[in-house]
Design a protein around this ligand. Structure first.
Ligand code: ADP
Ligand code: MG
Length: 698
């Protein structure tokens, strides 16, 4: 049996392969490009391309693709083969530096949210050498950024890389102020914990709602749900274990550090967490992980659902974005230090995050907003739509002591004095298990828990990096000009705590009383839905910050806002149309057929024994007939609501109509259908039930 270390990364053109296959000079220039962003000359690019091609062909590849992440939120690829005709009638396998560096897919079918109208239609892809190339099937995949010829980003990778650069620049300024001269760069790292459902494929195939929308639009509650808490961390069923084993193997071959797996709260729900890596790579890897999860599932006759809310009544799926900042010298800047001096630096970075999250609550909220995730946030299973930070008791006490200039009585019972060299020493809070906070400090990293399971993690990290870069910039501007660094630093930390403590909440985020306190007393934002939050992307303060940090241009922001709203509308309209179709062509006819059978049965019984009351049949026929009438009526209303949307004059107006009319009407149609399901003989029901779906994998 081949060991994991023997095949780990075997499909990746990683540092090991580069070192072995490139000349020393070429390797050195490439490393300079990867580590420091140095420009790559065409000679080096040609040599790298050649080595990549030889390696890929040796591993069975026949094609290459520029692998990119358009604004649709998934990945895109167009495959070109390596073949090139040779004069003797045969072919040779060729791949040039030019082809490696730049590609020109036809951009016109990707969403551009108006960018296309203003700028040029064509786009190009540009190699991102910081993320390794890899082989998928028979194709060499080259991670790339996707831009228009005017330079506007048409993808998620470009702004992510820009945001990492923005944070790097500001964090280095701060580190220099602390006298740190050796650090060359600061990068953010992310470990995304990914939740998903697994259901049997033959059941999935019978449900148009799952096939078209990824979630069930109908379905009465199963007699058993998640109430027994017997699934979380429970024994993994053999079929699921076989799937996980296969998935791990494929991920490991791709160099993805799949680490932890377990059953989640809902039946049929599971989680996979990798070991964290640099944000850019973690983002690529999470996209690949989601793709592999779905692909491997089909090998096992399963379907992997990545939707945020595939089933009503049991938990939906999210993604926890564990985030920190670290130096190239290996120091985690969110790790409390050993000495008071290190602690001062830690506290400053911590404050930068607190300030960022408070100042840009709206950006964090909208970075995770999709039609699917709207079902989770605030539904007592995921954090609320209100953004707040959990720090834990100990850190909280430290901050309070600093704010109030009072002694700090932590576990060490040390007296806190003023001045940087005597900021309190404290230990990591090990008690943290608050799972209801949207943004929790967990000892040496923050866990942003609002992401939906199908979200690209790029968006959340773009906003987080940019907002923290902005805090750090403000700090650096002030500190660089300060006469007395230590006093200025101390005052700034105090001021941040004072100005932003409203965002810190250590209680239960699932309580309704918190929402009231957050919005009424603390003035925190509560954007419940995508159309509520998305327009705020274009608020002046947000545009100002994101453009000043060099992460987005104004036009790019306008395009994103438009695309996200458009995406929301399209998603819900597909759901509504699927519901109409299922109600009309499957559910109503099924209920009708069963009702007719009951009526026939009663009639024939009465013909035999005229004195029979046939009370059951009569009552059921009456009830089911009224439900079928209700189904017909609500279907018509939904059809009308949908056609109103098409009349609306712009995307925001459409999104608002969907929020206010279509979604409530979808619930109104679902209710009689679900009730009818509980009263109809199972053999008449046209698709698998919740019980079948949630407990179908053995
Ligand atoms: P849990 O939150 O379930 O207790 P862990 O805290 O061990 O689990 O880690 C959850 C995720 O956080 C993992 O993907 C892990 O690699 C990641 N993680 C750990 N440390 C860091 C860090 N410094 N920066 C970013 N992610 C991290
Ligand atoms: Mg966690």
């Amino acid at each position: 049996m081949e060991t994991v270390s023997a095949y780990f990364g075997s499909l990746v053109f990683d540092d090991r392969v580069m070192k072995a296959s490139l000349s020393a000079d070429v390797y050195r220039s490439l490393k300079k490009t990867i580590d420091e962003g140095a420009k790559l000359d065409i000679g080096v690019a040609n040599a790298v391309a050649d080595a990549m091609k030889d390696w890929a062909v040796e591993h069975g590849a026949t094609h290459y693709t520029h692998w990119f992440q358009p604004l649709t939120g998934i990945t895109a690829e167009k495959h070109d083969s390596f073949i090139s005709p040779s004069p003797d009638g045969g072919v040779i396998m060729e791949f040039s530096g030019k082809e490696l560096i730049k590609g020109e897919p036809d951009a016109s079918s990707f969403p551009s949210g108006g960018l296309r109208a203003t700028f040029e239609a064509r786009g190009y892809t540009a190699w991102d050498p910081t993320s390794y190339a890899f082989i998928k099937g028979k194709t060499l995949c080259i991670p790339t950024a996707f831009c228009s010829y005017g330079g506007e980003a048409l993808d998620k990778k470009t702004p992510l890389l820009r945001s990492m650069e923005a944070l790097n620049k500001q964090a280095l300024r701060i580190l220099r102020l602390f006298g740190n001269e050796d650090v060359k760069c600061v990068r953010t790292s992310v470990g995304p914990e990914q939740e998903y459902f697994l259901i049997p494929k033959e059941m999935y195939d019978q449900r148009p709602d799952l096939r078209f929308t990824g979630r069930t639009l109908f379905g009465a509650k199963s007699p058993k749900g998640q109430e027994m808490d017997d699934h979380y961390f429970g024994v993994i069923k053999p079929r699921v274990a076989a799937y996980m084993e296969d998935l791990n193997r494929e991920l490991w071959k791709l160099g993805i550090l799949a680490k932890t797996e377990h059953n989640e709260v809902a039946p049929a729900q599971h989680e996979l967490a990798p070991i964290y890596s640099t944000t850019n790579i973690a983002t690529d890897h999470n996209q690949l992980t989601m793709e592999m999860m779905q692909k491997i599932a089909s090998r096992h006759d399963l379907v992997c659902l990545l939707h945020e809310k595939p089933f009503a009544g049991v938990n939906g799926s999210g993604k926890h974005n564990n985030w920190s900042m670290a130096t190239d010298t290996g120091v985690n800047l969110l790790s409390p230090g050993e000495t008071p001096y290190e602690n001062a630096q830690f506290l400053l970075f911590l404050c930068a995050v607190i300030k960022a999250v408070d100042d840009y609550q709206d950006l964090l909220r909208l970075s995770v907003a999709t039609a699917g995730n709207d079902h989770r946030l605030g539904a007592n299973e995921a954090p609320p739509a209100v953004v707040s930070i959990f720090l834990g008791d100990e850190l909280n006490a430290v901050l309070e002591a600093i704010e109030n200039n009072t002694p700090y009585n932590g576990t060490q019972k040390t007296q806190m004095k003023l001045g940087v060299d005597v900021l309190p020493k404290f230990n990591r809070d090990t008690t943290d298990r608050n799972r209801t906070s949207p943004f929790a400090f967990t000892g040496n990293k923050f866990e942003f828990r609002m992401l939906g399971s199908s979200n690209s993690i790029a968006c959340a990290n773009i906003m987080l990096n940019s907002a923290v870069a902005e805090s750090l910039k403000i700090y650096a501007d002030r500190l660089e000009g300060a006469e007395d660094f230590e006093t200025a630093l101390h005052e700034m930390i105090r001021k941040t705590i004072h100005d932003h403590k409203r965002i810190i909440f250590n209680g239960n985020g699932y309580n309704d009383s918190w929402i009231e306190e957050a919005t009424q007393k603390r003035g925190l934002l509560n954007y419940r839905t995508t159309p509520d939050c998305m327009p705020h992307l274009l608020d002046e303060k947000n545009v100002k910050m994101l453009t000043a940090q060099g992460v987005y241009s104004k036009a790019e922001l306008e395009s994103r806002c438009e695309i996200m709203l458009e995406n929301y509308c399209k998603t819900v309209l597909i759901e509504a149309n699927t519901m109409i179709d299922m109600a009309q062509t499957q559910i109503a006819p099924a209920v009708e057929a069963y009702t007719a059978e009951l009526a026939r049965s009663a009639a024939s019984k009465k013909a035999l024994v005229p004195s029979l009351a046939c009370a059951f049949e009569s009552e059921r026929v009456e009830k089911l007939s009224s439900l079928v009438d209700a189904i017909a009526e609500q279907t018509q209303k939904l059809t009308d609501a949908v056609s109103d949307v098409y009349q609306a004059e712009n995307t925001l107006a459409q999104a608002e109509l969907i929020r206010d009319c279509v979604l409530p009407q979808m619930d109104a149609l679902r209710a009689p259908c679900d009730e009818a399901e509980t009263l109809t003989a199972k053999k008449y029901w046209p698709f698998p039930t919740y019980g079948d779906l949630l407990f179908g994998v053995r």
